[in-house]
Design a protein around this ligand. Structure first.
Ligand SMILES: [Zn+2]
Length: 287
């Protein structure tokens, strides 16, 4: 099954659901993550894709989980149907808690920061304290506290014994201002009795099935669906552009080495520049 995000509405309530198994496994391989690290990163990128789905296609969103736990900072950046992300310490593993990966323990206490890069106007960053470091609850709290949006976010990543991602996905429920009280009550009840996202995916539920399950007993409208993927926006040209913006003394220092290597944290790619190339940049700046 391909990674897909499905948008639906249930009687004045926006419901999005997605499966991200392939893209989370791709990130798992790029960053050589421990099961704990990919569970945390997988939930974060899945959450970022859900938030990006509420924005315009060319707009971009960054979710940063800045906890004091051993995993360090987790960053996800989503634009349209594509995401990239990394976790500062992908090798970290902790003993399980209640038979589950201890994502909250790996993340620790700290803040969640969300930056929206809108098509018009300045980027907007909001912040809120982490609730438990389990990511979904933190995102729900962030939306409520920082953006005054009552919503419910659920995220799940299931990692197999062979350390590969078996299932990943999530859903997002957001009441619109004209939603009726009894619809919200029914939805709340449905969501409360719903199994974990990873269990639903494991049982073969597609994102569309999840939306129908969330809206059981109500009128469900499936609007559209989109394929998802991992894509990094870095390139040799962009890195060169960044180097060109450095101060001359820094460029001079770098050009003392025969080769300067610049590493992209998001995709682990390395770009190499010779001291001759850096000298060209310096010459361009001085003219
Ligand atoms: Zn990159």
């Amino acid at each position: 099954m391909k990674d897909i995000l499905v948008k639906g509405t249930i009687e004045g309530v926006r419901v999005y659901a997605l499966s991200t198994t392939n893209l989370v496994e791709k990130l798992n391989r790029i960053h050589k993550c421990s099961p704990l690290a990919i569970a945390a990163l997988g939930r974060t990128v899945t959450g970022a894709l859900l938030l990006a789905a509420t924005m315009k296609e060319q707009e971009c969103i960054t979710v940063q989980i800045k906890g004091d736990g051993p995993l360090g900072t987790i960053v996800a950046e989503a634009q349209g149907n594509f995401v990239r992300g990394y976790v500062q310490h992908p090798e970290v593993m902790l003993p399980p808690k209640n038979g589950k990966l201890d994502v909250g323990g790996g993340v620790g206490q700290g803040q969640i920061l969300v930056t929206r890069y809108l098509a018009q106007g300045e980027p907007f960053t909001g912040m809120c304290e982490l609730v438990n470091g389990e990511i979904a609850t933190d995102l729900t709290q962030y939306l409520y506290q920082s953006e005054q949006t009552p919503a419910s976010v659920a995220l799940g990543v299931l990692v197999g014994k062979d350390c590969t991602v078996q299932e990943a996905g999530g859903y997002f429920v957001q009441a619109m201002p004209d939603a009726k009280e009894e619809v919200l009550a029914q939805l709340e009840n449905n969501v409360l009795t719903l199994p974990y996202v990873s269990e639903l995916l494991q049982a073969g539920y597609t994102p569309e099935d999840m939306i129908k399950k969330i809206g059981a007993g109500l009128e469900v409208n499936i609007k559209e669906s989109n394929y998802l993927g991992v894509k990094c926006r870095c390139s040799r040209e962009k890195v060169l552009h960044t180097l060109a913006a450095l101060q001359d003394k820094d460029l001079q220092e770098l050009s003392q080495d025969a080769v300067t290597e610049v590493h992209c944290q998001f995709c682990n790619k390395s770009y190499k520049f010779t001291n001759t190339e850096l000298q060209v940049l310096r010459d361009k700046k001085s003219t």
